[in-house]
Design a protein around this ligand. Sequence first.
Ligand code: NAD
Length: 394
Amino acid sequence: MPILKPKIRGFICTTSHPDGCAAHVQEQIDYVKSQPALQNAPKKVLVIGSSTGYGLASRIVPAFGGGAATMGVFFEKEGTEAKPGSPGWYNSVAFEEKAKAEGLYARSFNGDAFSNEMKEQVIAAIKEDLGQVDMVVYSLASPRRTDPTDGQTYRSVLKPTGDTYTQHTLNTDKGTVEEVSIESATEQEIADTVKVMGGEDWKMWIDAMQEAGVLADNFQTVAYSYIGPEITWAVYTDGTIGRAKEHLEQTAAAMNDQFGEKTALVSVNKALVTQASSAIPVVPLYISILYKIMKEKGNHEGTIEQIQRLFTDHYCSADGPKLDEKGRIRIDDWEMEEDVQAAVLKVWESISTEKLASETDFAGYQKEFLKLFGFGLEGIDYDAETETLRPLPN
Ligand code: NAD
């Protein structure tokens, strides 16, 4: 059995720690349990993209806060005897073990959510075990998608759609502030990013489930988006990914015409360290600055706190989800408060490698990043050999 240490390559860590991942899941469960139980929570929830980041939190909150039965879909790698699998695999194993230990129904599917086969498999399982689901969370973040209707594989890019964009960025490997210039995407790259990260697949899931009769009357579905500050707009909101998120919102509107108001919503979430966000240029530097300011203000949240608030303040509140003028849920409200953004901008304007330690929470960023892979958690013996073969419980 191997001894597992972090091996960081650019913005990913190529190793993970099964017990650390389980401890990370437990931390999130403990947080949910420390909060008042959810009232009127959905009881049967499907989470697509349930193994890490926002999707994992979206599985933990209704399960451990509301007693929901959950199904999860993800694309992860199981470990071998010699090598660890991906953290999302171990998170999912830990989630299922902990859910089942408390008598909660949990079933997971590892494979390509974009495929027809996965949709058929999940629908069959819902029919078999749950009959119907009352909530579908769509939380995929993927660099590619094979569209089952034409068999073509599309790749998403993170680029501006206007002029070449030059901005500060953080080399998270070296701990240096650098300048990055990103050239504008081609029309093809924009269209391909919309294909991967837009709403097409979300709607394919909902249509397939509707046709199969596995959606409860008054079901609800939510997908996640991001807006953030102007300094990141060129590469995010106004960039290729922003176009995809625009398509997500249009898809929600189309589904609401079909199924009724507030059935399908986009929730705009806070910028947080996840495997997906660490791949976006500029964003890790923004997050490092933001974390320091929000921690000092006392309103910093991680994915679990964000999703807890999504349920308590929106899905489980007596008047249901509260929406902005564009019909979106805003749990990025604390991030976007004027004083927070003004403070971020002030640091941003003169940030340099020398000021990284004193004016940002890069240390917190690094800690959070390692935790995504199960490293740096208390109570774990990182010098011990660890079993890397961890099957999902039956
Ligand atoms: P993440 O990388 O932590 O999670 C992605 C999930 O998608 C994982 O469960 C992964 O297994 C799954 N997945 C990827 N490809 C798949 C496939 N082909 N089939 C099945 N599962 C697949 O990402 P995240 O940051 O939690 O992002 C989730 C959503 O939240 C995205 O829509 C993202 O844009 C949005 N969001 C993220 C942030 C942020 O700062 N991280 C902020 C706001 C919104």
